[in-house]
Design a binder for this molecule. Structure first.
Ligand code: ARG
Length: 479
């Protein structure tokens, strides 16, 4: 590349150039870099440093490269920024020669990453919304299907399958609120901060930001040209979504193994030796992705720390983590949405798994509310009953003994106990907001659907902004 030979004795050997080149992962920001260069040419023309004719030809050349991507195979060009400059110098020298006037790769790469990350985040939002919507569809259908809720992995209380499914949708929607926050923190434009301290060219940074689809200017030039702090938020967001995906996968694997649920054959594999096997391999892979995302977050944050001053090439090494993490998050959510679509439940097995034990809290409540027994005393008596139930020795006499042992003197028969412990009646009588009662599950499902419609609208609005950049950038009339 021509720019080396002034200061340095010549080109670096190919393997050395390859070692420091970002071309291997620059494809991800290729289009953004072209858009930034197009807007920069316009900025030069606005300041009178580029003729209208050179601008028009320069923009046409950049548009061509946008539609028909240039090769990123020669590592001696270091990175995509140099590939674009090299190309423009060749096809429109008047524009190419001044492409680096007032513009550094430092501010451009920071801008390109933010632009691309914004687009990727909208895709991620779509994937999360898609999964949430599949979950909520099933929640509505299964709002009455009795299903166990667990704590410490043991059956804890009777619930419904709709309640369990909608809990994951609820978590996804809260994460989408975080996504909006992270998106807003990325929506600050570094362009025009140049290499580190700004430029003596009177560039209008507000105009640059608006042309590149940003809401704000990231003012401080040293921060703008070098900071990657936002990457931590971005990778935490992927991680958060993948933790949810991993939890869903783990739950499905558990309950599949317990025979309560089943998923489509297309998401299972068999064994090369054990013909009877039907392994939930897709879910097994999904549940590992949170660990990968954690790895990327650790990787990126440990690369960006201990930086002094402005840009260092260490920062370049962070970038692939962003794309890998966002891509893995999207794929996991998409894959899970498809699995959820095929979900089947064994209603009888789920009811049986709930059993009577899970109703013990309600029996204690019943003793307290209907018979005036103190709750702690009732709790102990129910513990005794639970033990008898597990040991299959709960009889009328056992019941009397358990009550007596706790000094409870009420007339309570086994039939009444079984009636109170019935998971169906417990689920129907949950009375608190957000409980597992079918009415609450339906109400919450509706509320989440309404919020999802607003979130979809947010995605569309932001997508329109990003599409607007492309429509304007190469048009010399739009200044
Ligand atoms: N390729 C670099 C990156 O992806 C940008 C170039 C900055 N290089 C430099 N010598 N300042 O971060």
């Amino acid at each position: 590349m021509a720019f080396r030979t002034g200061r340095l004795s010549g080109d670096a050997p190919r393997d050395v150039a390859e070692y420091t080149s970002s071309l291997g992962f620059d494809r991800e920001i290729y289009r953004e870099v072209l858009l930034i260069n197009a807007v920069h040419l316009k900025s030069l023309a606005r300041m009178g440093y580029l003729s209208p004719d050179a601008l028009a030809r320069g923009l046409a050349a950049l548009k061509e490269a946008y539609d028909k991507p240039l090769s990123l195979d020669d590592p001696r060009l270091e990175d995509v920024h140099m590939v674009v400059e090299d190309y423009l110098v060749t096809v429109v020298p008047e524009a190419g020669e001044n492409l680096a006037l007032g513009k550094s790769r430092n501010d451009s790469v920071a801008t390109a990453i933010r632009m691309r990350a914004k687009a990727r985040m909208l895709e991620l939002a779509d994937s999360a919304l898609n999964l949430a919507s599949r979950l909520l569809e099933r929640s509505f259908e299964e709002a009455e299907t009795i299903y166990p809720a667990t704590t410490h992995l043991q059956v804890a209380a009777p619930a419904t399958l709709g309640f369990i499914l909608s809990s994951y949708a609820s978590r996804l929607l809260y994460s989408l609120e975080s996504l909006i926050g992270v998106y807003a923190s990325l929506d600050y434009c570094p362009q025009g901060s140049a290499a580190c301290c700004g430029s003596t060219l009177p560039m209008d940074r507000g105009w640059l930001a608006s042309q590149l689809g940003f809401t704000h200017v990231l003012e401080h030039s040293l921060d703008a040209s070098s900071s990657r702090d936002f990457v931590i938020d971005l990778l935490s967001l992927s991680l958060k979504l993948l933790v949810i995906a991993s939890d869903i996968a783990e739950w499905l694997i558990h309950d599949l193994t317990a025979g309560l649920l089943d998923i489509g054959d297309e998401f299972c594999s068999t064994s090369s030796i054990m013909p009877q096997k039907r392994n939930p391999v897709v879910l097994e892979v999904i549940r590992t992705k949170a660990s990968e995302a954690l790895g990327e977050a650790v990787r990126a944050s440990s690369i960006i720390q201990r930086r002094v001053g402005g840009y260092v090439l260490d920062l370049q090494q962070v970038t692939p983590s962003i794309w890998r993490s966002l891509k893995e998050a999207c794929s996991a959510l998409e894959m899970l949405a498809r699995v959820v679509e095929t979900l089947r439940v064994d209603v009888d097995a789920a009811l049986e798994r709930c059993g009577l034990l899970a109703g013990m809290v309600e029996l204690a409540n019943y003793l307290t509310l209907q018979h005036g027994v103190g709750f702690r005393r009732a709790h102990r008596a129910c513990g005794r009953l639970a033990r008898m139930l597990v040991e299959k020795r709960l009889t009328e006499e056992g019941l009397r003994e358990a009550l007596q042992a706790e000094g409870i003197d009420v007339a309570l028969g086994l039939e009444e106990v079984y009636r109170v412990l019935d998971p169906r009646s417990i689920v129907a009588s949950y009375a608190t907001r957000g409980s597992a009662s079918p009415g609450e599950v339906r109400r919450m499902t509706d509320a989440m659907r309404r919020r999802m419609a607003e979130l979809r609208e947010w995605v569309s609005e932001n997508r329109r902004v990003l599409e607007g950049i492309v429509k304007r950038a190469f048009n010399p009339q739009v200044m």
